[in-house]
Design a binder for this molecule. Structure first.
Ligand code: NAP
Length: 560
């Protein structure tokens, strides 16, 4: 007996299948992702999650961007020193649905960061979308741009140029490739007989034994390099114009600073209290480790928020005298340097300009964004000059918190905007939003400058973007339905997994991941299990008796 076929009319079903296939092919949207670093990798994944078709162009032969250490500085690429360690912790900076191994240390060096990127790329099969050794030389509007919003991307591979059309572009090239090297501000450097270079060119402390080194700037690079050189150099001088707040990577009870600081509870307080009180409290807390004024580091304008430097060793190097903090440089002569407090340091061998970076996008035909400090991007992503949201910058930001989780949320939001799943406001509203944000920025951080123009609050920004895609957790609802989780969401670290509990891209392990955050934080440091110290019964009894007696006495006195 014949079995009745499930599809009654095979021809009809075949036709339908082809129709579905064709209509599916018709709606496939091509996305050019420029760069395969921390932002590019998550951009590729987010495209795939949303059914978009990414093609990533990477100029070098590997993933990892700024975190890929190379012995030599490569033209056009970010470059790091060998001893670089992340200043945000693994639980706070990982991608939201891809935790770092619990055995990883809380703060990662470049080898571990690269291990993580490789795991991420392999797990989500991202490598096949990346074209390595491919330089993007030009991005311009397609002739049909006004109606389609499409882009033409020209690449150079093996000396051959090729142009393709894309529906969307995600710029993920970072902003640490082009050094800010203000030699114009130091014209006298021309007569300096020693060696001088930008911190981008620093790799390790070899070759500095017995030398006197001056470092200009007190950002993270300057402080890291000062600490490293202080072990070999004869003397390190750290010159600062405005001072800086230096704090430890670990905070209360030795937990990572960001896990302690970024909680929704503290965020609520911060937003409710006047910013003068928040600043006063922050300053007080930072000065509890060491009085910055006593170490010459106290910022001149403490009435504004600024990026902190996380460096556990600088304090001890200054205490030991191997690093000396100096004020701003006024004059550099053949062998000595003068400072604005009228002091002079003689016999300087090396000057390092740890003066940060500028952003630069040489591949645009027209100035999509200005390479100055007045950046006009809607939500730090979409250029205000473009009417259609078909090109976005991922990771063009310096959050006051972990970077990767921010880049990931940006990519999640952008891919949904591309698909038309998020409301995108008209240009007038965009301009108003940008103006309002700039006003707030000036109130909080002061006038935008090269070293702070991309600064952004952490939780506030993530919440803003995830609200749009429906991935922001509703704390009250969680407190009612799952109090333990609700408690952790509000009082615990605001980890990226918080944005994977609901909405598109929901991750089924998110709850468990959030609830076990502290376990994973202590795992890599608790390498020797310490048994709980049993309190002596006698002491417990004695303490209880004293308490009871005090209460009894207080009650009797009250009666009298
Ligand atoms: P940065 O944070 O931009 O700091 C630049 C420094 O140079 C500031 O102290 C600035 O002083 C000073 N400066 C700029 N122009 C100057 C001038 N004309 N004269 C004198 N001083 C001048 O640069 P960075 O330290 O290279 O850091 C770049 C980014 O990478 C930051 O986001 C940082 O957090 C990150 N980073 C992270 C790590 C890590 O994870 N361990 C390490 C290094 C860097 P003013 O403050 O007075 O403007």
């Amino acid at each position: 007996m014949h079995k009745r076929p499930y599809v009654r009319c095979p021809h009809l079903s075949q036709t339908m299948f082809i129709c579905v296939l064709f209509s599916f092919a018709a709606i496939i949207m091509k996305v050019a992702v420029i760069g395969a670093g921390a932002s590019g990798l998550t951009a590729i994944k987010c495209c795939l999650d949303e059914g978009l078709e990414p093609t990533c162009f990477e100029r070098s032969d590997d993933i990892g961007g700024v975190w890929r250490f190379t012995e030599h500085v490569e033209n056009g690429r970010a470059s790091i020193y060998e001893s670089l360690v992340s200043n945000t912790s693994k639980e706070m900076m990982c991608y939201s649905d891809f935790p770092m191994p619990d055995t990883f240390p809380n703060f990662l060096n470049h080898t571990k960061m690269m291990d993580y990127y490789r795991m991420y790329a392999e797990t989500f099969n991202l490598l096949k979308y990346i074209q390595f050794k491919t330089l993007v030389c030009n991005i311009r509007k397609h002739p049909s741009f006004q109606s389609t919003g499409q882009w033409e991307v020209t690449i150079d591979k093996d000396g051959k140029q090729q142009t393709s059309t894309f529906n969307f572009v995600m710029i993920c090239t970072g902003h640490y490739s082009d050094p800010y090297y203000p030699l114009d501000s130091f014209p006298s450097i021309q007569q300096f007989q020693g060696q001088y270079f930008h911190s981008r060119d620093f790799k390790r402390s070899d070759g500095y034994k017995g030398k006197k080194v001056l470092i200009i700037g007190t950002g993270s690079s300057a402080c890291d390099i000062a600490v490293e050189l202080s072990r070999t150099a004869a003397q390190v001088f750290l010159s600062t114009r405005k001072g800086t707040w230096v704090t430890s990577r670990t905070s209360d009870k030795g937990y990572p600073w960001d896990a302690c600081l970024f909680t929704r509870f503290q965020e609520w307080f911060k937003n409710k209290l006047p910013s003068s009180i928040v600043l006063w409290w922050t300053e007080k807390k930072i000065n509890m480790w060491f009085q910055h004024a006593n170490y010459g580091l106290q910022p001149t304008k403490s009435s504004q928020f600024r990026e902190l430097v996380y460096n556990d060793e600088l304090l001890s190097r200054i205490t030991c005298g191997s690093v000396l903090v100096k004020s701003a440089v006024t004059e550099i002569t053949a062998t000595s340097v003068e400072f604005d407090d009228e002091t002079t340091e003689k016999d300087i061998d090396v000057v390092i300009f740890a003066t940060g970076y500028i952003y630069n996008f040489p591949y645009f035909d027209e100035p999509i964004i200005k390479a100055d400090n007045s950046i006009n991007l809607y939500r730090n992503i979409f250029p205000a000059s473009l009417k259609k949201p078909t090109l976005g910058f991922i990771g063009l930001i310096r959050p006051l918190g972990p970077f990767m989780s921010v880049a990931e949320v940006q990519a999640r939001w952008v891919t949904r905007v591309f698909k038309g799943l998020c409301n995108f406001p008209p240009q007038e509203a965009i301009m108003k939003d940008i103006a309002k944000k700039k006003e707030n920025f000036i109130k909080r951080f002061g006038k935008p400058q090269q070293s702070n123009s991309l600064t952004m609050e952490y939780i506030e920004y993530l919440d803003e973007l995830t609200s749009d895609i429906g991935a922001k957790p509703n704390i009250l609802s969680f407190l009612l339905s799952d109090p333990a989780l609700g408690w952790m969401l509000y009082f615990g670290p605001c980890t990226p997994a918080q944005y994977r509990l609901t909405g598109p891209g929901k991750w089924r392990h998110a709850r468990n991941h959030i609830m076990t955050t502290w376990d994973r934080i202590v795992k890599p440091t608790r390498t020797r299990v310490v048994k709980k110290v049993e309190k002596s019964i006698a002491i417990t009894f004695l303490l209880s008796a004293v308490c009871a007696l005090t209460l009894l006495l207080a009650a009797l006195m009250y009666q009298c």
